[in-house]
Design a binder for this molecule. Structure first.
Ligand code: IDP
Ligand code: MG
Length: 153
């Protein structure tokens, strides 16, 4: 997908849900101008999480990652807009919150890499893979955003 229809998979991890930061995270994507096209509160089964994080299965932190991601519900979302994958990563900032840009989500709301509260796709291809892991066809909604012409030239 390209242009204004690019999609990113964004998820508030279980510790972000438990800490009551879901609204703050949604607010940042909304206020930027991105369009919410799918959202679900989901207690993710381990097999889904293993698909989601399949590239990291040989990392030493992988077992702890799967355990923390299954420790409670995740808010799984798809956001749409121009360069949403790249800009979404800017909004999240660095994997290690200690290196996060000032004011960005992981810099503001968390301290440690293993508790970094939010996931965001790193490429358009991985976004499509992740969307297909978390959502069934038809769960990602197509609709016209009435503010579209006030966001894009
Ligand atoms: P990302 O979430 O910024 O894309 P990845 O390298 O894809 O970072 O790692 C996925 C997740 O695995 C991270 O968000 C973090 O929760 C966890 N993780 C990555 N590196 C470490 C580490 O060195 N120690 C503990 N957890 C880690
Ligand atoms: Mg990643």
């Amino acid at each position: 997908m390209s242009g204004n229809k690019e999609q990113a998979f964004i998820a508030v991890k279980p510790n972000g849900v438990q800490r009551g930061i879901v609204g703050e995270i949604i607010k940042r994507f909304e206020q930027k101008g991105f369009k919410l096209v799918a959202m679900r509160l989901h207690q993710a089964p381990v097999d889904l999480l293993e698909k989601h994080y399949c590239e990291l299965s040989d990392k030493p932190f992988y077992p702890k990652l799967i355990k923390s991601m299954s420790s409670g519900p995740v808010v799984a979302m798809v956001w749409e807009g121009l360069n949403v994958v790249k800009t979404g990563r800017v909004l999240l900032s660095e994997t290690n919150p200690a290196d996060s840009k000032p004011g960005m989500i992981r810099g503001v709301f968390c301290i440690q890499t293993g508790r970094n509260i939010i996931h965001g796709s790193t490429s358009v291809a991985s976004a499509q893979k992740e969307i297909n892991v978390w959502f069934k066809p038809g769960e990602v909604v197509e609709y016209q955003n009435c503010a579209q012409d006030w966001i894009y030239e």
